[in-house]
Design a protein around this ligand. Sequence first.
Ligand code: GDP
Ligand code: MG
Length: 199
Amino acid sequence: SLRYRAHWSSDSDDDSQSDSECVYRVVLLGDHGVGKSSLAGIFAGITDKDEQAGDDTYERTLTVDGEETTLILMDTWENTTHDDDDDDEDGSSQDDCLKVGSAYVIVYSVTDRSTFDSAAELRITLRRARQAENLPIILVGNKSDLVRSREVAVEEGRACAVVFDCKFIETSASLQHNVAELFEGVVRQIRLRRDGSEA
Ligand code: GDP
Ligand code: MG
């Protein structure tokens, strides 16, 4: 369900714009508590904390390098069931999350090493689920503001991204640091592959 439709750029007020070529699903992955919903809230422009009800899907059109791209951000990973826990009515499962994304944002908390280990496992799971595809994947070390409780060094995050062949950025949802850069990076990674496959 789409609760929000917003635009980064003030000059695009046309809601009828539905250039499906430029709409991409981006799925947030990562352990509970790493900041997925906080990042999604910033993406959606939600300022009221109470509105961050939890798992949801948000759509926003970003203008990056003078070109518009619409991202549908899915914060549904934790809402979904593992394979066959129960038969989910809307059919959503973690398997579906692994299938529907055009790009993936794998989040860990720099203050919790176990979430960093989970991020690596998620990268492997994703590779297995989408074998032949060259998916844009961004590894995100969130909570960079919590310097005193940091457990994962920035160099470790960067090295992990090299090994797993994905992009890397550290963010702070609390300070809104590098969050716009993260989603701009997602758009650029999507375009690189699009332009590459057209060539
Ligand atoms: P989720 O379970 O991955 O969706 O994580 P949430 O977005 O619900 O965040 C979990 C907790 O971490 C909340 O209390 C957030 O306020 C807090 N949090 C999220 N991002 C940051 C951050 O960048 N810095 C700090 N200090 N706290 C954060
Ligand atoms: Mg959440």
